[in-house]
Design a protein around this ligand. Structure first.
Ligand SMILES: CNc1ncnc2c1ncn2[C@@H]1O[C@H](COP(=O)(O)O)[C@@H](O)[C@H]1O
Ligand SMILES: [Zn+2]
Length: 382
């Protein structure tokens, strides 16, 4: 270990190396261009995807643009076989980025050769198949889309509950997502989900909608997604903010998603600053790593870089994310054990060396990673 002392490690390397926890990642929003091509996305759709992600990542800053992208991914995952390939590709990506725990979310949909149930079965089968191979703990949250009318949402909920009972170790929660300007939060539906033993993570306050935010906070989900316009800076949200402060519901923060969609002007202005200052519970998430061309390491780096977070504080956020996760108590203990083991390895070496001023963008030093001898520890974990 002592040879590490001589090594400088950049913040980007540090963020790549540390084990990470991902609680808010949409399956079809997380597909990279390679898998889209492998799935037979025709050239026009690929160039459409590239054009849109280009625009998104540069100028448009508009939530609507982002919603044009998802049908491209949905067209590429219309069959069980392609959905399986897509799921496997996303799990591999997160594993490669040293994410040790992933809560993947997806909206069950029926296609020509696949019912909503078969959609869920396919994703669960892939998660199970990947378990031993990729050494990453993956759980599934199933989404209701805001566009679904009450009947369709009820039908989905029935299927989700049935599948959760069949796969209680994999299917842990239910999400409300989709275009925030469409539909509304149905507290009766999510109360039924909660009674059925599903954890709840609700996209909330992506756009200003104080009335709906109040309904969501009164319902009291296990976690909130984004929660951008909850911040007291938004006109009329003080009452909701005060209610939120009483409940302290963990927020899944997706910085790049919010900046590119224009719900937050700049990284530095992200409300995560308030959560850090007030020591409120949050996790650092990717949302749609394919659409926003990001990954967990980059999101961790944005937090370190833009909010001057020390390596130890960042590590602490990781511990907090484990607590906020929908993993079982036993799994949480094992995740904490891995974080402790890696921290022990780093302590006195990396933490003392990673200074904000050393920030430089260099490729991850594979040798350093091997030196850290991290791999065997994860074998222990599994
Ligand atoms: C950017 N902010 C966002 N806000 C709200 N919902 C979002 C989202 N990003 C993604 N989704 C939801 O996730 C679906 C794609 O993954 P799945 O087909 O479910 O796997 C999108 O269709 C949308 O409903
Ligand atoms: Zn989301």
């Amino acid at each position: 270990m002592s040879n590490l002392k001589s090594k400088k490690i950049s913040i980007s390397n540090f963020c790549k190396l540390i084990p990470k926890i991902e609680l808010h990642a949409h399956l079809n929003g997380s597909l990279n261009e390679d898998i889209l091509k492998q799935l037979g996305c025709d050239e026009t759709s690929i160039s459409e995807y590239q054009k849109l992600t280009e625009i998104l990542n540069k100028t448009s800053r508009n939530l609507d643009e982002c919603f044009h992208l998802f049908p491209i991914a949905h067209n590429a995952t219309k069959t069980k076989e392609k959905l399986y390939m897509a799921t496997k590709s996303v799990i591999k990506d997160f594993k490669k980025d040293n994410t040790i725990y992933l809560e993947l979310r997806t909206t069950p949909r029926s296609e020509e050769d696949m019912s909503k149930e078969e959609y869920i079965e396919t994703v669960v089968k892939c998660i199970n198949d990947c378990k031993s191979k990729y050494k990453i703990l993956v759980k599934l949250i199933l989404s209701i889309n805001r566009r679904q009318d009450d009947n369709n949402a009820e039908e989905s909920l029935k299927i989700i509950i049935k599948m959760k009972e069949k796969y209680p170790d994999i299917i842990k929660g239910i999400d409300l997502s989709g275009d925030p300007k469409v539909g509304t939060f149905n507290e009766n539906l999510f109360e039924k989900a909660r009674i059925a033993g599903l954890k709840t993570s609700i996209h909330c306050a992506e756009v200003k909608n104080n009335e709906e935010v109040k309904k969501i906070l009164d319902f009291g989900p296990d976690r909130l997604g984004h929660a951008v316009c909850l911040h007291p800076a938004y006109e009329g949200s003080q009452e909701n903010w005060d209610l939120y402060l009483q409940k302290k519901i963990p927020i899944e923060c997706c910085l790049t998603s919010n900046v590119i969609c224009g719900t937050v002007e700049r990284y530095e202005e992200h409300h995560i600053q308030e959560l850090i200052n007030l020591r409120l519970p949050f996790s650092i998430c990717t949302d749609d790593k394919g659409v926003f061309r990001t990954n967990s390491s980059k999101e961790y780096e944005h937090v370190m870089k833009h909010f001057k977070i020390s390596p130890t504080d960042l590590y602490q956020f990781n511990y907090n994310s484990v607590e906020q996760s929908f993993a079982s108590d036993e799994e949480k203990k094992r995740l904490i054990h891995v974080l402790n083991k890696v921290l022990y390895l780093f302590l006195g070496d990396i933490f003392s060396m990673v200074q904000i001023k050393d920030y430089c963008d260099e490729p991850v030093d594979e040798q350093l990673y091997r030196d850290l001898n991290l791999a065997p520890m994860w074998r222990e974990f599994y």
